[in-house]
Design a protein around this ligand. Structure first.
Ligand SMILES: [Zn+2]
Length: 223
């Protein structure tokens, strides 16, 4: 049974946040989405988010976060720097914007306050922790306390993917009857190719690995 409560989903149109959107739709009577526009390398991300929100009949807010560009000129926001894997130089991925989730979740909570939503849902994940300290569970819990104190409210931040690996995230989408939708309509690829993507970039490879692992597991189960 759905709770007669309202949730805001932090939404990028990617596999993870779309799975979270389906999760929220199953759980809450009212769901709205928020996408942060920070001059992503591919504005396609905003378009995909918009289309999926329309498709699933949920209200979609787009907040201008272009100030991130000023704070962190890097590969995600500027076209003249190449996207690199974290492993290549042993440090954080070149797409790293320090404190990004801190900002996004704070703005999402302020939006939640305005529209009377108690729940904030985000697809952050500690399992494939790629060096983003503000994706860790301990940070989310800490921020949840701070947000509640800052606005004298009782928000609950939900992280359905926190302890899942990429294969388990596909499994969750499947459990939510959203496997095909997520596979075909979401955008993960750094080169802006929807669905299974370009197959070459780090984001596509990660997504593809998880998908193949999940499909193998399905085969084993079904014989
Ligand atoms: Zn790609």
């Amino acid at each position: 049974m759905k709770k007669n409560e309202k949730a805001v989903v932090v939404f990028s149109g990617g596999q993870d946040s779309t799975t979270c959107l389906f999760w929220a739709l199953k759980k809450y009577e009212e769901v709205e989405t928020v996408t942060f526009d920070y001059n992503q390398r591919h504005n396609e991300e905003i378009n995909v988010a918009k289309e999926i929100a329309e498709d699933l009949d949920v209200k979609h807010h787009v907040l201008d976060m272009s100030l991130l560009n000023q704070l962190a000129p890097n590969a995600l926001t500027r076209d003249d720097i190449e996207v690199k894997d974290a492993e290549e130089d042993g440090g954080l991925p070149s797409t790293f914007v320090p404190g990004r989730n801190l900002l996004f979740l704070s703005f999402a909570a302020i939006l939640a306050k305005q529209i009377g939503a108690k729940h904030v849902v985000t697809g952050v994940c500690e399992t494939d922790f790629s060096g983003y300290p503000d994706c860790r569970d301990v940070f989310i819990k800490s921020l949840n306390v701070s947000l509640n104190l800052s606005m004298d409210d009782e928000f609950v931040i939900h992280t359905p993917l926190m302890w899942l690996d990429k294969a388990e995230t596909w499994e969750l989408a499947d459990d939510l009857d959203a496997f095909h939708y997520v596979r075909e309509n979401t955008l993960t690829c750094y080169h802006g190719v929807r669905g299974d993507g370009c197959g070459e970039c780090p984001a596509c490879k990660l997504r593809q690995n998880g998908l193949e692992t999940y499909l193998r597991k399905l085969e084993e189960v079904n014989g």
